[in-house]
Design a protein around this ligand. Structure first.
Ligand code: SF4
Ligand code: SF4
Length: 302
């Protein structure tokens, strides 16, 4: 039985490919983008999320922890204890205030497919299907392969939402089972990409070009982050790259929002864009105009 780690399964998703879909979010990502709005997706295994505002200082989690990883502060709230957290989830299981929650769970292919199949009637009527997202689904290649195979076996339309940073062998292994690639492109400039995501852009661009050469349908997803990639040069570079793809269906502009910022505090991590402003609607329209000048079909939003 093939197993993997997922951090969410979202039904009735309408921004993750055509029609009504179920989006399955796999854990683990090789990138660490400064603006990531799903920081709980980045680590490969489960992580503890603590929402301090919900904590009623009952102490149940401290009692439940088998590793003595928790103790109580002067107000009775849980703080680090003597031991190390083994991410077992025992504390979250007893926290009825839902202040503690595990991000990520292990699941079998059969368990995920049972959830996906619940909405099969909606997929047929709406032209939808299943989207595997993340994190980066290609990080769990055996799990992803089995999920795609099972979806295909059931006649369900498949989309893969990917950052494209993966060994070519992994992509070659699954690309024949993917009906649509939702391919994230943040920056073409290699040095800037390394600085802001932690990895080079070159393999991402190479994998994208190879997918298109092989005839795969692609929608690009361009998260526009103020002060990061909303400048003329960055947009022009993405427009030029996109217009070189023979199988491109279109490009989605995803305007930056700060919704993920508070998740960093819950995970005990710093947020690296604390002062980023929202993007004015006018600037988003201008960016859409630049991309449109390359002859691209541009959509604002996911
Ligand atoms: S069990 Fe939940 S509510 Fe109670 S102390 Fe622990 S985190 Fe707070
Ligand atoms: S996840 Fe397990 S080991 Fe970690 S704090 Fe909670 S009970 Fe303790």
């Amino acid at each position: 039985m093939t197993k993997g780690f997922v951090f969410d399964v979202r039904r009735y998703a309408i921004h993750d490919g055509p029609g009504i879909r179920t989006a399955v979010f796999l854990k683990g990502c090789p990138l660490s983008c400064w603006w990531c709005h799903n920081p709980e997706s980045q680590a490969p295994g489960p992580e503890m999320i603590f929402r301090e505002g919900r904590c009623i200082a009952c102490g149940a989690c401290v009692e439940a922890c088998p590793e003595r990883a928790l103790s109580r502060d002067a107000k009775g709230r849980p703080v680090a204890g003597l031991g190390s957290c083994a991410r077992c989830g025992a504390c979250a299981a007893v926290c009825y205030a839902e202040a503690r929650r595990m991000a990520g769970r292990e699941a079998t292919v059969e368990e995920i497919m049972a959830e996906v199949e619940r909405d099969a009637a909606f997929y047929e009527r709406s032209g939808g299907g299943v989207t595997f997202s993340g994190g980066e689904p290609l990080m769990q290649i055996d799990f992803l392969d089995a999920l795609l195979r099972a979806s295909r076996g059931r006649g369900i339309h498949t989309a893969l939402d990917t950052c494209g940073y993966a060994p070519r062998e992994s992509i070659d292994r699954i690309r024949g089972m993917v009906d649509l690639f939702l391919y994230d492109i943040k920056l073409v400039d290699d040095a800037r990409h390394r600085e802001l995501t932690g990895v080079a852009s070159e393999p991402i661009v190479e994998n994208l070009l190879a997918l298109s050469r092989h005839g795969h349908a692609i929608r690009l997803r361009f998260p526009v982050i103020p002060g990061i990639n909303d400048d003329e040069k960055s947009v022009q570079e993405i427009g030029a790259l996109a217009s070189s793809l023979p199988t491109l269906i279109g490009i989605d502009i995803i305007p930056y929002n700060r919704l993920g910022a508070e998740k960093y505090a819950r995970l005990g991590r710093p947020y690296r864009l604390p002062d980023a402003p929202a993007l004015p609607a006018e600037r988003i329209k201008e960016i859409a105009g630049i991309l449109g000048s390359f002859g691209l079909h541009v959509n604002i939003g996911g």
